[in-house]
Design a protein around this ligand. Structure first.
Ligand code: GRF
Length: 232
């Protein structure tokens, strides 16, 4: 008798989400984490932008939501990051998820959270790092586009890749239609990647699930086994 509840994770990792805007990926992470079998608990949401609509969404979900406005810090990015770091450290956070966090990070925060901070980017990295990824994908004529969850390092949008999802680019796509197709995948991919990272950090849940890449269905070896039973 181990006392473990089947399908339930012991020692959920305390995670936080950093946002700057609407927060749809944050909502996807909160929804996933509301399942007791999910191996991470989102203990706080932090925004550098006090007007970020995502803050109200987090509060509505009963999660602590804090604005740490970057404006009073002016050009002193390190001081702003020190304030964020203090909040995360005080809450015993083990993993940090950047989700539409629009400030470039300094080596201070990246170093403090090395191997514990991930980001979602709306392209199949290493293609199209930076901004305007959907317009650039259309201009380049690529036939596959998508999103990437990666560990954050000093090089922008270039850290080790945790997970990717690909979508087709259709002949009549606009920037908006392509963005919407990618965003739908982001909302599946990010919870899956967080579960994978948290599952390794904590104790693996019972059973496994597969992170589906919609373009690779049926291709041998194209799925990532995750220590989380209810992902599909
Ligand atoms: C997403 O497309 C994400 O990939 C990028 O910023 C956007 C944030 O959207 N980093 P939301 O705030 O999660 O809705």
């Amino acid at each position: 008798m181990t006392g473990r509840v089947p399908g339930r994770v012991t020692g959920r990792v305390r995670a936080t989400v950093l946002i700057s805007g609407r927060g749809s990926n944050m909502v996807a992470l909160l929804r996933a984490a509301s399942d007791p079998a999910f191996p991470a608990d989102i203990v706080a949401v932090v925004s550098n932008n006090p007007d970020a609509p995502g803050l109200a969404l987090a509060r509505g979900a009963g999660v602590e939501a804090l604005a740490i406005d970057s404006k009073p810090f002016g050009r002193d990015r390190a001081a702003h990051e020190a304030a964020i770091h203090a909040v995360l450290a005080a809450r015993g956070v083990g993993l940090v998820c950047l989700a539409g966090y629009m400030r470039l990070l300094t080596p201070f925060l990246v170093g403090a959270w090395a191997g514990r901070m991930m980001n979602i980017h709306p392209s199949l990295l290493p293609a199209f790092p930076g901004l305007d990824t959907h317009a650039r994908a259309l201009a380049a004529g690529v036939k596959l586009h998508g999103c990437t969850v990666h560990w954050v390092t000093d090089a922008m949008d270039a850290g080790p890749i945790l997970a990717q999802a690909a979508v087709p680019v259709l002949p009549d796509d606009t920037e908006e239609s392509l963005a919407a197709r990618v965003l739908a995948q982001e909302h599946v991919l990010y919870p899956g990647a967080l579960a994978a990272a948290a599952g390794r950090a904590a104790e693996a849940a019972e059973g496994t699930a597969f992170l589906r890449n919609p373009c690779l269905d049926g291709v041998s070896g194209a799925t990532l086994t995750l220590p989380y039973a209810n992902l599909r």
